[in-house]
Design a protein around this ligand. Structure first.
Ligand code: DC
Length: 220
């Protein structure tokens, strides 16, 4: 049986970077499930499918040709042959992906796809419901959190780095709104699995968080 490590947590908690580094260090593959919800949002917008059209979104999900190019570092997300990795990272896609992720048909399709992708080799899977819903039998589970202020600060720096023109207070307000949506939706809300190790990264560096995780893997 292949081993799965889950890392869940809110936006800006450092999940993606940390998951990628951890996966590399232990020779596992890395699964960015947020990117998959972002891809659904991008295609829904392109095709004009309403964000409350549950049935239409379900049909769209089942016809998506999504693939991760794992040879690239960081891995790229391909829609057919199109590399959509950059397009899905805008502030607009932050909010739209959170919206589509609340729809049952979308969650069902993505959960199936995530389980299919992770079959057969070791995976570090990051998202919101990895430890609670998608991989409840995972070998190790982590929940990464940090103060809202520090998460907003990281997100702000990340967006500036991508060349986006954004205001710090708008980034923080959007982050709070998205957290609220992701935590309070009825289906697979963001919360730590009961058996997850909770790590607060507010005052830790990325390397320190990875170290805490590696120690936990060694001990259990
Ligand atoms: O991790 P991220 O910021 O790229 O995720 C974008 C949105 O996708 C997030 O606001 C909620 C949703 N999401 C989810 O509902 N379940 C997951 N496993 C991953 C992401």
């Amino acid at each position: 049986m292949n081993h799965i490590i889950t890392i869940d947590g809110p936006a800006g908690s450092g999940k993606s970077t940390i998951s990628r580094i951890l996966a590399k260090k232990i020779g596992y593959s890395y699964l960015d499930t947020g990117a998959m919800y972002r891809a659904v949002a991008l295609v829904a917008k392109r095709k004009g499918v309403g964000f409350h059209d549950d049935k239409g979104l379900g049909i769209l999900c089942n016809s998506l040709n999504l693939q991760f190019d794992r040879d690239a570092d960081p891995p790229r997300l391909l829609l057919g042959k199109e590399d959509i990795s950059g397009l899905i990272r805008s502030p607009e896609m932050d909010m739209l992906s959170s919206k589509v992720s609340a729809v049952g048909e979308v969650r069902e399709a993505m959960t199936g796809l995530q389980r299919k992708i992770a079959k057969g080799s070791g995976y570090v899977a990051e998202g919101r419901d990895m430890g609670t819903v998608v991989f409840p039998e995972a070998d190790w589970k982590f929940y990464l959190t940090a103060s809202c202020e520090s998460r907003a600060g990281r997100r702000y720096e990340e967006l500036l780095g991508r060349g986006e023109t954004v205001l710090r207070n708008v980034v923080e307000a959007d982050l709070k709104k998205r957290d609220n949506q992701d935590r309070n939706r009825p289906l697979s809300p963001l919360r730590p699995a009961e058996d997850a190790l909770i790590i607060d990264s507010t005052t830790l560096t990325i390397e320190e968080v990875v170290e805490v995780m590696l120690n936990h893997l060694k001990q259990s």
